[in-house]
Write a protein that binds this ligand. Sequence first.
Ligand code: WT7
Length: 560
Amino acid sequence: MSQATTHIETIEGEYNLNNYDEIRENFDWSDAKALLSAAKTGKINAAYETIDRHVDEGYGDKIALHYINEGEKRSYTFKEVKDQTDHYARILKRHGVTRGDRVFVFLPKTPECYIAILAVIKVGAIAGPLFEAFMEDAVRDRINDCDGTLLITDQQLVKRVPKKDIPSLETTLFVEDIEKEPLQPVDGDDYVEWVDWEDGLIIHYTSGSTGKPKGVLHAHRAAQHHIVTGKWVLDIKDDDVYWCTSHPGWVTGSVYGLFAPLLNRATVVIQGGRFSAENWYSLIEELGVTIWYSAPTAFRMLLSKGDLYKDYDLSSVRHVLSVGEPLNPEVIQWAWNSLNVRIHDTWWMTETGGHLIVNLPAEKIKPGSMGRSFPGIQVGILDEEGNELPHGEVGQLAVRTPWPGLMKEIWGNQDKFKSYFQYKGWYISGDLALQDEEGYVFFQGRNDDMINSAGERIGPFEVESKLIEHTAVEEAGVIGKPDELRGELVKAFITLRSGYQESEQLLEEIRLYVRKNLSAHAAPREIEVMDELPKTKISGKILRRQLKALEIERANKVKN
Ligand code: WT7
């Protein structure tokens, strides 16, 4: 290990006086619950805890949201967000939304998107946030899967909602119309539907290696996990300006872009528009961001801009976190040298509902490791029989069940849900990892064919299914090809139907077909035509592993 890396390892407690040894020793999940008003009142609603509670406790005038997008800037106090969520809630109720209904929100990253999600939760319905870049098929499949009855969207995005193909969808509301209706501020409690801890809160669709995306349903009890990890991992204090770069359509954007920071009464930054290094740095400078949560791909893109950071005053930033894909030691080193901060990796999944493996702010960081289990969480590395392996051995990354953020179910798919719990008392992540004597966990890869490109999880089956819908494609095998910037890029191997000739133009057309119908992030960046795809002898299944091995072999040849 280099000198500089050792230096990072020994930096401790720069900006935080929390005694983490004590937290680790004495932690109990009831401490998490005690942070919520529900612990005292017995009345549960996660949206109330996130917004209204702070107004009731006298913080109504504090800024809850800053929105910034290409010169446009707006801010909302907690009182204003509460009034807005009441407004949206009133309209939802007028349209007959009741407890347990699935209500989808398809909006760009704007305050209205956050407010709409909170309003859905406030009336006791289940929020289904959709990523703003989803195309028709992705939107249709998700709403259909859980029979969504109402959709909140805008005049632009509605063009990608194939309403005819979504029979359950009774009502579509436009934010443009909702915003036009006059606010009628009334006593807030009128709109809060008190629910049970086990009631559905939010549904996020995520890819596996087989089948269509699955609806991961979380319960209101997850608020306990959100608030306590917001406190100890995000390290939110009263004056913090907090920015998570993810869209609420992804679990990082809902749990750590919305719930966790606002439960801890942080001022949250919402940034519209696409990634640009200049815009990102100037946003940090302009708003004085103190806590910043992003992903390795974004950090690598900033790193590739060299000295650009020197043009900005980034000294407000005191705490940085990363999630979604392996965080390279070079990136940690870059942040330390240039921005003068440590990057704290965090590991969790859509299914886990909150952080499980973390680098707490004042603890030692080991570059290359994702950190240690969060207090109250027990990690195990298991062999194929479900037995725990000793330190240093690679096996299946597993976590002792239960914990408050753990998903409640996979919508309409009990078998899939059960498959995560095949060893008694454990949740199986599908990741491979090892753990050292100090409990630090080192990610080693996936145990299945799932692709992770720029921190986004992509199921090969979904992409393959879309590819073979194209008239020119006979068969397809899709894998993640190792990539410097994105971690992995989506690569498709295909065979062509007879009568079709390989050409640049045809391949581009096929790529655009997936992009237009599924989504941009899942469209293959590379397509390679083969005469035949490798298959298993007996069942004739396409051997993705062999395709991946081929790519890795080629990459190694280039290196040597
Ligand atoms: C998969 C989960 C909810 C977090 C955002 C992604 C990979 C996640 C890390 C990390 C290496 C990571 C795993 C995991 N992953 N965090 N810190 N280092 N890999 O959530 O879309 O549900 O994907 O992302 O492979 O299983 P997701």
